[in-house]
Design a protein around this ligand. Structure first.
Ligand code: GLC
Length: 807
């Protein structure tokens, strides 16, 4: 009897123990609060929460269960020092309130929960009252109330619709060839999202590199949550007024894309793989013969000697320096792939020096980890260790000396056959061993950082170009990204358009997808449609699988070649405009490719999923690609305002759906009234020749200001003021249009040139056109009835001018 009782008791204890282990613990009542200069420390018994106000609209929340704080490098964070914010404190029986000019945090006393309000007292976001911050063993989680009408955007490289409400996502960098529109996770992890409700929004960045999960209300209507399998409970709360403000601030925290070399905005041609040398030469020659503009040729894995990184195969590429010099003569830059797997191969210099310098990751017993990837058994670099990053960076010297212009960091999830390294593997973090569980998601990020820092050291005057597959929040500081191994299908064209926008609102502006699709073979129709979209994605590269037939702009017959040429040419003609958009992304964080709701947040229609294949390109162009086979008419939602058809003399009233003809050779493109699009001439490559003429396309109908940003396109001198900004303003009245050009600002002097000011949307020649105080000479003025344009030629003297047209 007694034994039975003891056994039952033991079983009960076990059960209880198990129950306790499998349940989250949550914060209890607020038992004390210490106010500090930059926020407050909340005490809930032994559990502590720190609220840090980094700026009036930015707070950081960190939890120390039982007083245990996590420490360690913040791999994502670019800006550690913040000015802080002055705040007021108010208390009552139920709450303590901390208030800045932009944000109010209300702390519920029992139990301790946080709610965030904007300056006007509107609720932005709140902890779910029963749960809030939680932890269970090493796992940490935050449970938030799912508010009526709330939508979520961001989370980086994710498939599916742009609105993430009702779905769950995982952050764990994964190599999934030929993924589908439902695959998750993929190559990159961006634990950042924006919540929007009734036109108001907030952002949350979960600063944790472990495997994490974002349940945005999947399977329930009460809570949404984010949780990680280990690491700190540490998140940043952004209370910007608009989604753009939130992205600006977020990109300030995790860092922005530095301006890439301008040539990286050109067309890029890749396949797995172009070899031998004669094939590469033939490819380059064909571009120039056919007069299809292009800047970059890629060498995929077959350039290497047995897939050994930083080597050339001596048969296929006997004289790389000679080849690269000849290609450079023709205006081509060559980018080589570099995989993180270093072949285990005594005698191979990179392997030997890596071993000698202790640069490879190991098992806990000290044996170097070996994983199988392209070269067979391979070691992987300990990128968390500064010395190992420096070693990796220096490996680029020989390739740079030979004339390689950029580096393509692939397979850096890291991918190994069998998918991933055992979770036993360790890295070195400030002399301490840390598990790959923490580092896996930043492996690609750190590889890109090591590459970037190496290039900066080796070529201090040149902007590096790096392309990466894996990444984490902040990787945009080092590299452009592409969306990995997609498929040649119309569905994937749509996936690419959505994914690039999702990346864009998550702080990664320089992004693109393999044009035409990587796996399988595109139809002519698909390839032509995709090339059009490619011309309007920040990173513009065609790439395909080893088993696919040719996928060059001319591979689909003469008709397709002509259309492809036209869109690649358009990409080059638009460079002055697009480069200005890149500059905006570099200094402000505002992306180049923008969902409609980012620019027109007050319009309900812009949030509709069916409008998410329509997007803005820079400030003023709207792109409405066809993403269905056989579709020849495109239904387009145009946001409020007047819109010009880019192709014909036609305007549309926005706030409406329109139907436009969209034969295969046409990408529906629109320009918003008030815009000025600066365009250059067709170039065969970005730096072919200085522009002797810039066309300023003026679209009257609304008052707007635009700018043209310029610099040398290759050095860092712009950071010291060697850049210029020219701004334009359009004012439209009943009977006249005024276009004014402000004097050029900045130290950079562009080459001597003319402006052609092309005023659109006119049915008559102006009665009078005046420039500053005088009349425009008849020889400098023309009217084209068919195009509906009035053109005035003007020497660019860098000074302010006003042009007025009276009708
Ligand atoms: C990976 C890359 C792909 C590349 C291939 C061979 O699948 O994603 O772009 O062509 O490896 O290097």
């Amino acid at each position: 009897m007694r034994l039975r009782f003891v056994l039952a008791l033991l079983a009960g204890m076990l059960l209880l123990g198990e129950k306790a282990m499998s349940q989250y613990r949550f914060l209890g009542n607020l038992t004390g609060i210490d106010f500090q200069k930059d926020g407050a420390l909340l005490r809930c018994g032994d559990d502590l929460v720190r609220l840090t106000l980094l700026a009036p609209d930015l707070a950081r929340i960190t939890l120390a269960p039982e007083g245990r704080w996590h420490s360690g490098p913040d791999y994502a964070i670019a800006r550690a020092e913040w000015p802080g914010a002055t705040f007021t404190v108010a208390e009552n029986a139920t709450h303590v309130m901390l208030k800045t000019t932009a944000l109010e945090i209300r702390i519920l006393r029992s139990p301790c929960r946080l709610a965030f309000y904007d300056a006007g007292g509107n609720l932005l976001n709140q902890d779910e009252e029963a749960f809030g911050l939680g932890w269970e063993g090493k796992e940490v989680a935050v449970f938030k109330s799912l508010l009526a009408g709330e939508r979520f955007y961001g989370l980086g490289e994710k498939t599916g619709g742009l609105d993430r409400r009702g779905s769950e996502w995982q952050m764990w960098n994964s190599d999934i060839p030929a993924y589908s529109d439902r695959t998750d996770p993929l190559y990159q992890s961006h634990p950042f999202f924006i919540g929007m409700r009734a036109g108001r929004g907030y952002g949350i960045f979960f600063n944790n590199t472990h495997r994490s999960f974002f349940n945005m209300g999947a399977g329930n209507h009460r809570v949404y949550s984010f949780r990680a399998e280990g690491g700190a409970l540490d998140y940043f709360f952004f209370a910007g007024n608009t989604m753009k403000d939130i992205i600006r601030r977020y990109s300030e925290l995790v860092g922005r894309m530095p301006l890439p070399p301008k040539w990286a905005l050109g067309y890029q041609q890749c396949r797995w793989s172009y070899f031998p040398e004669s094939e590469v030469r033939q490819l380059a020659r064909t571009f120039r013969e056919k007069k299809i503009p292009a800047d970059v040729i890629y060498l995929d894995i077959h350039h290497m000697d047995g897939y050994r990184c930083f080597t050339f195969d001596a048969q296929r590429f006997p004289d790389p320096a000679g080849l690269l010099a000849d290609l450079r003569q023709q205006g081509f830059k060559v980018v080589t792939i570099s995989d993180p797997g270093i072949k285990v191969d005594p005698g191979y210099a990179v392997y030997e020096s890596g071993l000698q310098g202790d640069h490879f990751i190991k098992f806990p017993d000290g044996q170097p980890y070996i994983g199988d990837v392209w070269p067979g058994p391979s070691h992987f670099t300990n990128y968390t260790k500064p010395e190992s990053r420096a070693w990796w960076g220096d490996l680029h010297k020989d390739f740079l000396d030979k004339g390689i212009a950029g580096f393509w960091n692939d397979m850096n999830e890291p991918a190994v056959w069998g998918r991933e390294a055992p979770l036993l593997v360790e890295f070195d973090e400030n002399g301490r061993k840390v598990s790959i569980k923490k580092i896996h998601n930043v492996f690609g990020h750190l590889m890109a950082q090591a590459t970037y820092e190496g290039l900066r050291r080796l070529r201090p005057q040149e902007r590096p170009f790096i392309l990466t597959r894996a990444g984490f929040a902040g990787t945009q500081r080092w590299a452009a990204s592409w969306t990995g191994d997609n498929v040649a299908s119309f569905e994937h064209l749509e996936v690419a358009i959505r994914m690039c926008q999702s990346m864009s609102v998550s702080g990664i502006p320089f992004v693109g997808a393999d044009v035409g699709g990587f796996a399988e073979t595109p139809t002519t129709e698909l390839f032509v449609r995709w090339m059009q979209v490619g011309a309007f994605t920040p990173f513009f590269r065609t790439h395909t699988h080893i088993n696919s037939p040719d996928q060059e702009p001319w591979s689909f017959g003469e008709w397709a070649e002509e259309v492809n040429r036209k869109y690649i040419e358009l990409r080059y003609r638009l460079l002055p405009y697009t480069y200005t958009a890149f500059h905006q992304a570099a200094v402000e964080g505002v992306p180049i490719m923008r969902p409609l709701f980012l620019e027109f947040p007050e319009e309900a229609e812009t949030y509709q999923g069916h409008n998410h294949t329509t997007y803005l390109w820079g400030n003023d162009m709207l792109v409405a690609p066809v993403t269905r086979a056989g579709e020849r008419i495109r239904k387009v939602y145009l946001p409020a305002g007047t819109w010009y058809d880019f192709w014909e003399n036609k305007t549309y009233a926005g706030g409406n759906y329109i139907y436009v003809d969209a034969p295969v050779e046409k990408l529906p493109l629109f320009v918003r009234a008030g815009a000025v699009l600066p365009m250059g001439e067709v170039l065969q490559y970005v730096e072919e020749k200085p522009l002797t003429q810039i066309d300023l396309h003026v679209y009257p109908g609304a008052e707007r200001t635009s700018v043209l940003y310029e610099d040398d396109g290759r050095s860092f001198e712009y950071a010291d003021g060697m850049m210029s900004l020219t701004s334009f303003k359009v004012t439209t009245k009943a009977k006249n249009v005024t276009f004014s050009l402000a004097g050029r600002q900045g130290k950079y002097a562009p080459p001597a040139r003319d402006y052609r000011i092309i005023l659109h949307g006119q049915s008559n020649a102006p009665k009078l056109a005046s420039l500053d105080a005088g009349k425009v000479a008849a020889a400098d003025l023309s009217f084209e009835a068919g195009a509906g344009t009035v053109t005035v030629r003007l020497r660019d003297d860098g000074k302010a001018h006003t042009l007025r047209f009276d009708f």
